[in-house]
Ligand binder design. Structure first.
Ligand SMILES: *Cc1c(COP(=O)(O)O)cnc(C)c1O
Length: 376
């Protein structure tokens, strides 16, 4: 565990479950991304963790923001982001949200259907719009395909229609799936984007922007490719399709900005083989699926777990949450082992839990209060 966080835990012994986020790591991640991919503007996908201290750090570094609702737009504005730095990046927006964003001078909106495009044309006339493409999400631990995006053929028609409706057809976007471990996913998607650029250029519409979405992976239990490998693949593909005539490139990282900045401290409530000599042992923590660990669904995201007994003998465990719901089981198939000594009352740390945890937690299921958050 990062020493700043472990010192904080030792010194303050905050009640569990809680999330501790090291804001310096947020700064570091942002800077590393912008240095490794200097040709891109970084729009932080705020759904990953919309806490004010994080947004303020990013505003101070002149970051851009990807918001999915009027409420998220407001959070960015409250943190001091200029409206020109906010993209309304949800293909499904309430009319009232489009109106409010337009009044607040948010300039850029996404769509993937004619109906949504018409809503934008009516309630944010003249706005810059981009169309989301469906792309392969193979290689992603948390796919985002199916629900969003459209084909290249349809995108071409929609962007033509957008222009006829008085909007500014600005570009295309995609999302290769979250925790994407295959850099090629980006080049395959860029190829699709280039096809839309060329088809529209023939109709005298010159798109200006490709939004490569998020997806950049972080280290959990398994090794991941280095950021450089993603950069190389993306550069190669852009050069191949656009020569030196690069469009504006946007990234929307969420997980890669905040994931490894956070640690959850949780308490073991019960450790028991429940009468079965040969196990496995069940370890129940005071945080579970409903306490914020939604990405353990299907055991998709497998957090690294540390204890004060690390290095001693272990046995296989099933990890579960504290609630009375049968689906509140975190890991059953993913070969987790924990020290034999670990028992009720011990603290356990779940590493790299800064993204997609704090806001997923329920308000008081079974009476458990929402996760406490500490930004240090
Ligand atoms: C969730 C989301 C992101 C962030 O994805 P990460 O995998 O966390 O980087 C970016 N863009 C859009 C449109 C999203 O929905």
């Amino acid at each position: 565990m990062n020493s700043k966080i472990s010192q904080y835990l030792t010194k303050h012994q905050p009640s569990t479950p809680c999330l501790i986020v090291d804001l310096d790591i947020v700064d570091h991640n942002y800077q590393q991304l912008s240095q490794t991919l200097p040709f891109a503007d970084i729009y932080y996908a705020i759904k990953a963790n919309p806490a004010l201290p994080i947004l303020k750090r990013l505003v101070a570094m002149n970051a851009f923001f990807d918001a999915a609702s009027w409420e998220e737009v407001q959070l960015c504005l409250d943190a001091g982001a200029p409206p020109s730095h906010i993209s309304f990046g949800n293909t499904v927006k309430k009319v009232s949200a489009i109106q409010a964003a337009s009044q607040a001078n948010v300039e850029m909106y996404v769509f993937d259907s004619i109906e949504e495009m018409q809503k934008i044309a009516k309630h944010a006339p003249g706005a810059k719009v981009y169309c989301r493409l469906t792309v392969d999400n193979l290689g992603a631990d948390w796919p985002l395909s199916g629900k969003f995006g459209t084909t290249t053929e349809h995108a071409i028609e929609l962007l033509l229609e957008a222009q006829k409706s008085g909007l500014n057809p600005y570009g295309v976007s995609f999302h290769v799936g979250s925790q994407q471990t295959d850099p090629k996913a980006y080049s395959l998607a860029i190829e699709k984007a280039a096809l839309v650029f060329r088809a529209l250029a023939e109709q005298n519409i010159h798109l200006q922007m490709i939004n490569l979405g998020g997806g950049f992976p972080i280290h959990y239990r398994e090794d991941i490719p280095k950021l450089n490998e993603f950069e190389t693949e993306i550069q190669k593909s852009l050069h191949h399709h656009f020569n030196n005539n690069f469009p504006r490139i946007i990234l929307e990282p969420g997980r890669a900005i905040v994931g490894n900045a956070g640690v959850i401290s949780t308490e073991v409530i019960l450790s028991s083989k429940r009468g079965k000599e040969n196990g496995p042992r069940w370890v129940y923590l005071d945080i579970g699926r409903f306490g914020g660990l939604a990405e353990t669904e299907g055991e998709a995201i497998r957090y690294q777990i540390t204890t004060e007994y690390d290095g001693s003998d272990t046995d296989p465990v099933i990890l579960a949450g504290p609630s009375c719901d049968g689906v509140d089981v975190l890991y059953q198939k993913s070969n987790y082992q924990l020290p034999l000594q670990l028992s009720a009352g011990d603290r356990v740390a779940l590493l790299s839990t800064g993204a997609y945890v704090s806001t997923y937690c329920s308000t008081s299921f079974n009476g458990f209060p929402p996760l406490e958050e500490h930004y240090i």
